[in-house]
Write a protein that binds this ligand. Structure first.
Ligand code: FMN
Length: 176
């Protein structure tokens, strides 16, 4: 039941406080990410990079805004960003690297909600970020890997512990 509560409370945070998350919280969130399903259980095809360096975060934010109409910070001021990268050569079909990233990312977002933290699943900054080879290298992304998504983490400026109700029923087909 607690898991369902955390799932119902998870929402995208778009404004973070200027306060770093606790190390213990980060550990729990990384544990949740690394407990996700990944294709073939082939974890060596994936990489997580935790970025808490303010200068690097600001370079990523700047690169991520390039070419976008709205020049708003694509990281929303989060002080922790977890890049989720996958090996470009992937032995599994159906964009397994992206699917792995989504599973890992969502597990982290749910764990963050459980801890009362905010999170945002991010891809909008990727075109600008992935196009900047020097920045990608400085961000520690391994050669032969590509960042597929990232999770912003932090304390939300406006905490919201409301719970989602059942929605989007129109997308569900039952065949019984
Ligand atoms: C694949 C994917 C990419 C996303 N990229 C972004 C993004 O770049 N920036 C952003 O603010 N939100 C991003 N989101 C968050 C969605 O906009 C958000 O989940 C959706 O609006 C529903 O809101 P909720 O998360 O509060 O339930 C992304 C979500 C997914 C699953």
């Amino acid at each position: 039941m607690e898991t369902i509560k955390a799932i119902a409370r998870r929402k995208s945070t778009r404004k973070y406080l200027d306060r770093q998350i606790a190390e213990k919280e980060l550990e729990t969130i990384l544990f949740a990410g690394c407990a996700a399903p990944v294709a073939g259980n082939d974890w060596h095809t994936m990489q997580l990079v935790v970025i808490q360096n303010k200068e690097l975060l600001s370079r990523i934010s700047e690169a991520g805004s390039r070419g976008r109409k709205r020049r708003r910070d694509p990281l929303y001021g989060a002080l922790t960003l977890v890049l989720i990268a996958s090996e470009i050569y992937c032995p599994y079909p159906f964009h397994a690297g992206q699917q792995n990233a989504a599973c890992i990312g969502e597990n982290m977002c749910i764990a963050a909600a459980d801890l009362g933290l905010g999170s945002t699943y991010l891809t909008g900054f990727l075109p600008g970020f992935n196009a900047d080879a020097e920045l990608v290298k400085d961000a520690g992304v391994r050669e032969g890997f590509k960042t597929e998504a990232a999770i912003a983490l932090g304390y939300p400026e406006v905490p919201d512990d409301s719970e989602k109700q059942m929605a989007h029923q129109e997308i569900i087909t039952f065949i019984r």
